[in-house]
Design a binder for this molecule. Structure first.
Ligand code: ADP
Length: 485
């Protein structure tokens, strides 16, 4: 089974162009969540390994920053090509360590390539300004230059594409990188090292360290060489990193948690809303930060929506991601399953009605049934907490303004969705929702061309779009005087 993927499954860290083990020789086991079996190990690195990676990135920065934007663009296009040339084997590796269906994994590798290609082009357009000067004999230039060494910390739910959104703009801007993938899914992260080597990205430009999150995170945050930290993960860890990065005033980008509402109004196209709901809820088994957490459905369409959503949910095929036709794979680990069980038990104890799924799947392990709960109320835990699993709670509402107020009643502000056939309502509701990403009659909206990111406690900064490279660049104002004009 691993025959095809073995070339990219690196059980070592990449520091300064060398594939190395941890100083102590310690390793972390990597488990396939569909089988519970060990796939292999990765080094358990810590502060010393991270420091060396940062120093290697600083050394590489000296020459990488001097390459032309066109040269970097060409290398990034090659990297995108390499991702696509190896899409099947990279997708298989991703499914084996993460659990999502092969179809979703192929989509993720495709998305990684698309982000890299986008930034290959955006890197050529990081324009500065020539500003009209208030002085006759001076000229004003505004240049944009790479911030230097950046560090990226990424989660297990999109182990490839979350790195594409960080490595892509960093390299395009002329920065060098130290990357820490999540311990549950390190191979898709380490594969970036192998791919970068293959296409000729110089040694030390991309360094990858796996291991103790706390130690690696501390070195990244405290080391003054690192000028920017980009993180995707929980709001809880994001807050810790923000505090630690403050000591050396680093730039920060934070893609944190969400609590996405999905509003269905009486005038919505019911079938379209149900299809959007399935995609926005059960993608990656509900384990994405933009997955719907709360469905608010207007009274007139409520019962029909509940019935159709339950029907569509019951027909989802659960199984190993490697099997043909699988739509929902296992959850990432045992803890995730326990958390989902707790949410369901809490809702049921407060009057919620399970109308689809509701328990561990007959397949055992970390498989969980896609679940719908009707009669959701505000005192249930998932009203405020991120579920990160395949559970769809449905709340009934009467008035548009109530739905918008309930949707906004959360510390999060990442993604939201709503379905309506009324253009005036579409604008009213869109303008009323305090969210960084809004899907109107669409359940999946992420694309490299558009800025992805949250408001409130969902984060800082944007990834993708022309905005996605901004945080990797410093602005330098240059005043040229004494021109004798
Ligand atoms: P998730 O719930 O998606 O795993 P986390 O925020 O716990 O989100 O983890 C996201 C990434 O942050 C992972 O790579 C994880 O190892 C890392 N991480 C967790 N705790 C810390 C920490 N204290 N400092 C730095 N990185 C951390």
């Amino acid at each position: 089974m691993l025959q095809k993927t073995s070339h990219y499954m690196r059980q070592a860290n990449l520091i300064g162009g060398e594939w190395v083990q941890a100083d102590s020789g310690a390793t972390i086991d990597v488990i396939n969540p569909a089988t519970g079996l060990k796939m292999g190990t990765v080094p358990k690195g810590g502060r010393a390994e991270t420091r060396r990676a940062i120093e290697a990135a600083a050394e590489a920065f000296k020459s990488w920053r001097k390459t032309s934007a066109l040269e970097r663009s060409k290398l990034l296009h090659k990297l995108a090509d390499a991702l696509l040339d190896n899409q099947d084997s990279l997708a298989e590796l991703l499914t084996m360590e993460q659990g999502k269906s092969l179809t979703e994994s192929k989509g993720e590798i495709g998305s990684s390539a698309a982000y890299v290609r986008w930034f290959a082009e955006e890197g050529r357009r990081t324009y500065g300004d020539v500003v009209p000067s208030p002085w006759a004999d001076r000229r004003i230039l505004v240049n944009r230059e790479p911030v230097g060494v950046i560090a990226a910390i990424t989660p297990w739910n999109f182990p490839s594409s979350m790195l594409a959104r960080k490595i892509g703009p960093a390299l395009a801007a002329g920065c060098t990188t130290v990357v820490k993938p999540a311990s549950q899914t390190p191979y898709s992260g380490l594969a970036w090292g192998a791919l970068c080597e293959e296409v000729g990205i110089p040694k030390g430009v991309v360094n990858i360290v796996t291991g103790s999150a706390g130690e690696i995170g501390d070195e990244i945050c405290e080391n003054p060489i690192v000028r920017k930290v980009t993180f995707t993960g929980s709001t809880e860890v994001g807050k810790i990193l923000l505090q630690k990065a403050a000591a050396t005033v680093k730039k920060v980008s934070m893609e944190l948690g969400g609590n996405a509402p999905f509003l269905v109004f009486d005038d919505a196209d019911l079938d379209r809303a149900v299809a959007g709901a399935i995609a926005a809820k059960y993608r990656n088994s509900g384990q994405t930060c933009v997955c719907t957490n709360r469905f608010y459905v207007q009274a007139g369409i409520h019962d029909k929506f509940v019935e159709k959503l339950a029907e569509a949910t019951n027909s989802l095929k659960v199984g190993s991601g490697l099997e043909d036709g699988t739509q929902q794979g296992p959850l990432i680990d045992g803890k995730a399953v326990e958390k989902v069980e707790e949410f369901v038990a809490d809702a049921v104890s407060k009057g919620g009605k399970v109308i689809a799924g509701g328990k561990r799947h007959a397949l055992g392990g970390t498989f969980f049934e896609p679940t719908v709960i009707s009669g959701a109320t505000n005192d249930m835990r998932f009203t405020q907490e991120e579920i990160f699993g395949p559970v769809a709670p449905i709340y009934r509402f009467e008035k548009e303004e109530d739905a918008v107020a309930l949707a906004n009643d959360t510390v999060y502000g990442l993604a939201c969705y709503f379905y309506t056939g009324d253009l005036g309502r579409a604008f009213r509701v869109m303008e009323g929702l305090k969210y960084g990403l809004v899907g109107v009659n669409e359940g999946v909206i992420t694309t490299p061309e558009a800025p992805f990111g949250g408001m409130k406690e969902s984060g800082l900064g944007r990834e993708g779009g022309h905005q996605g490279i901004d945080d990797y660049l410093d602005t330098k104002y240059v005043c040229i005087g004494g021109l004798g004009l």
